[in-house]
Design a protein around this ligand. Structure first.
Ligand SMILES: CC(C)(COP(=O)(O)OP(=O)(O)OC[C@H]1O[C@@H](n2cnc3c(N)ncnc32)[C@H](O)[C@@H]1OP(=O)(O)O)[C@@H](O)C(=O)NCCC(=O)NCCS
Length: 221
């Protein structure tokens, strides 16, 4: 279906194809082309649409008429998405947010270039920066502040008044206790519960089956 607003997707992975599906089904944007850096372009079409070298994109799609969706994942702790966010902006294009329609949208601020999928709660007073990816089922609780270039895997949970700075990765089903701060480039492993804040570049994993010494189950339940 032809739509008035047209965009280009950066990326050619299965994630990029999935994002095209969501954007075309649930937004007022039509996807007209995909783009990647010249060295990754091996053919002229992708997913039935033209595949254009990013270096040449403005020759075919002018900045006044076309905007961008960043469909780039968490590789190298989100660095590729960060670089391309800056590269797209340097060319003068607008970056679109994609927000799934059933998202609970009680945030106070949101930047650009974010992707937010199904069943996400952005609770009262949340602030969100740029180029974050928030997968389905995530809960960003009240008054939390999310910086730029973070990746929230399925069902990750940020309790209230928490700060997630920039370029962090939260694994599936991870949780951060309220009023804590995750510093830049924190990696929270799948299923991890963050009782405290984090160190920059810190890697956190859940404790494996810890047996409490001097305790018996019958004493506790
Ligand atoms: C944390 C994580 C990144 C580690 O990945 P990995 O490097 O492949 O994991 P490995 O099992 O090789 O572990 C690396 C090291 O950490 C140690 N480690 C991992 N988990 C641990 C745990 N729970 N407790 C103690 N040590 C642990 C390993 O023993 C290993 O140590 P070694 O190098 O001395 O042998 C991974 O477990 C994870 O949580 N990934 C995120 C998955 C996810 O949510 N994906 C969603 C994508 S949409």
């Amino acid at each position: 279906m032809m739509k008035d607003r047209k965009c280009i997707i950066f990326g050619i992975t299965s994630f990029a194809k999935m994002i095209r599906y969501y954007v075309e089904k649930y937004s007022d944007l039509e996807v007209v082309a995909y783009t990647v850096d010249r060295r990754y372009k091996e053919c002229d079409m992708f997913d039935g649409l033209p595949l254009i070298e990013f270096e040449e994109i403005e020759k075919k799609y002018c900045v006044e008429e076309y905007s961008f969706i960043l469909a780039l994942g968490y590789k190298h702790m989100n660095e590729i998405r960060k670089q391309k966010y800056h590269a797209v902006k340097a060319k003068g294009y607008k970056l679109e947010n994609f927000i799934y329609p059933n998202t609970s949208q009680n945030y106070f601020e949101i930047g650009e270039g974010n992707i937010i999928l199904e069943n996400v709660t952005l609770a009262y007073g949340v602030k969100i920066g740029n180029a974050n990816i928030i997968w389905n089922g995530c809960q960003i609780s009240h008054e939390s502040v999310i910086g730029d270039f973070n990746f929230f895997s399925v069902s990750s949970l940020i309790a209230g008044k928490t700060v997630v700075k920039n370029s962090c990765f939260l694994g599936v089903n991870s949780a951060v206790r309220g009023a804590r701060t995750l510093e830049d480039y924190t990696l929270v492993g799948a299923g991890c519960y963050m009782n405290d804040g984090s160190k920059p570049y810190g890697v956190y994993v859940p404790v494996r089956s810890l047996c409490l010494e001097n305790k018996k189950s019958t004493d506790m339940l």
